[in-house]
Design a protein. Sequence first.
Length: 640
Amino acid sequence: MEQASNSVVWSVEEAEKTYRVKRWGNGYFAVGEHGNIEVTPRYDQPKLKINLREIIDEMASEGIEFPAVIRFHDILRSQVEQLNRTFRNTIEQAHYEGHYLGVFPVKVNQMREVIEEIIDAGARFNYGLEAGSKPELIAALAYNTNENSLTILNGYKDEEYLRLALLGTKIKRKMVIVIEKFSELTKLITLSKMLNIEPIIGLRVKMMAKGRGKWESSSGERAKFGLSITEILNAVSLLEKEGLRHTIKLLHFHIGSQLTDIRAIKEAVQEASLIYARLVKQGVPLEYVDVGGGLAIDYDGSQSTNDSSCNYSIEEYINDIVYGFKQSCDLEEVPHPNLVSESGRAMTAHHSCVVTKVIGEIHPSGAKYNTRKTTGEHIIVTNMRTIETDLNQSNFQETYNDIAQLKEQALQAFKLGIMSLEEMAKIETLYWRILSQVDALAQRQEFVPEELKEIPEMMSSQYLANFSVFQSAADSWAIDQVLPIVPISRLNEQPTKLCSLVDITCDSDGKIDKFIGEDTIAKHIPMHQLKEGEDYFIGLFLTGAYQDVMGDMHNLFGRLNEVHIVSYDDDPKDFYIEEVVKGSSVDKVLSTMQYTPEILAQMVKKEIDKQIQRGKIKPREGVQWIDFYEDCLDGYTYLK
Ligand SMILES: *Cc1c(COP(=O)(O)O)cnc(C)c1O
């Protein structure tokens, strides 16, 4: 990637190669002929194509401020349908005798609109919910009203949690209480006898098969959740003694999220199917095996075992589960269990993205100083100028080393007090100007000398974007997750700048410097030169799982404005904005930190009044200032 515009023939195909949109887009995103990102929100309607730029323009015309979340409800529905259909088809092809009864893990995206859409799309497949905490259970109790779908209850449980679960049983829901820790079992037995409500019990087994990737520690002996084989056997005897053995219906495992390597899934299926078969043979009436979550997303489009990728498709994943269980169970001569999975990331990641504007550029050579010779100037400045004049094809590598040395000497001279601020500004300006000429000369060579390969990176820009990493891309900050970042428009134009991205928080960690690269992960991404008076929109994609809901209040930016897009064939643009959810206003985020907006306004007004009394502010002007302050309190937290 060259910095200057060495003209390469550019096309949308080149853009596709650079940003790998189709590779991570899963059929939903592509670079359109018009050079804008194009969305195909329904997997069964490949002809339906929405121009993302048109959505943005419509939002702008409705006065919706950026950054904003764009949520595609059709993508959510498509993913739910695809998972359920694929499981059903595979089960049929394999002559597998159990059913598939999936659940959506609420923790992945707890937003009401998301849960409602998933429940609705999954109704005809009896797709249920998984809860991992009391608040999630409380929501699931109200929303999963389908008596034929499962509600799987994971996470640590106190008596209140168990009581809520039994309330569900009482109102005819299929609540499966998964025992994560032995002591939960004794609590549950006491409570269910006291209330006279029979539970459906699941046992989570601590697996030896290890997930690979960031969540590796979700399995193995030291895992936080689950019962060892010894504890499982003890649980079975305890329940047998209490006359409750018949309530053990489900065997559960979860070896981690974002499983990058298909081999981990194969191994886990083999281990779990054997445990299942042995327990069934001992007379434990298991009906379900829950394979947990972990179905990964190829965020970087590399189809590899990179942490942000995976080496398999959803079809292969489902094949390995269905055929794996069939084979083991047939060998062991036990019935095929019903299969449950808890895919969260794979259901929701694609359906939402964050769109924002680049509002500025930060570049080391951004400012320029007049470098004309002045009388009596320091010799280092003169030398630097001579180097620029003498630069040519044959000495550019030498020049590269010389200017670095001169810059260092200038700094020493400045520290000794023999170089002025003006002279330092000249050195800086000359240095960056020469560096960019050296780079241009180097790029013309057939072989770029190794040490000169670092120049494009030294010359890269930081694009300042109106968003907060802590709110919108928490995992990028916390666990180095790669999220696809792509300009929304101008994709039919060659990008000529290498950039990293910085956000508007006052935190030097508020940046993104991991991008989809040609072979590996790159520190920079090619972007277009900003144009005066023209908005440059970028999209942060695949934010629908975890990112949507894990954001924090760093710098009090709060939640983003949000639009819900529904595709609609009769509309000339094939979409309409179904709903607008307003993001956090300043008074709302301040209230969460215990401030009272009215009191803040009064306090500032008092100070203004004081200055009015002293004659420092005119009364009419004072009123304008307080109105302005109150307007800001009411406004959006992000930059206008
Ligand atoms: C987090 C979690 C899931 C969801 O995992 P994904 O990788 O998002 O599919 C499923 N089950 C359990 C027990 C979990 O903790």
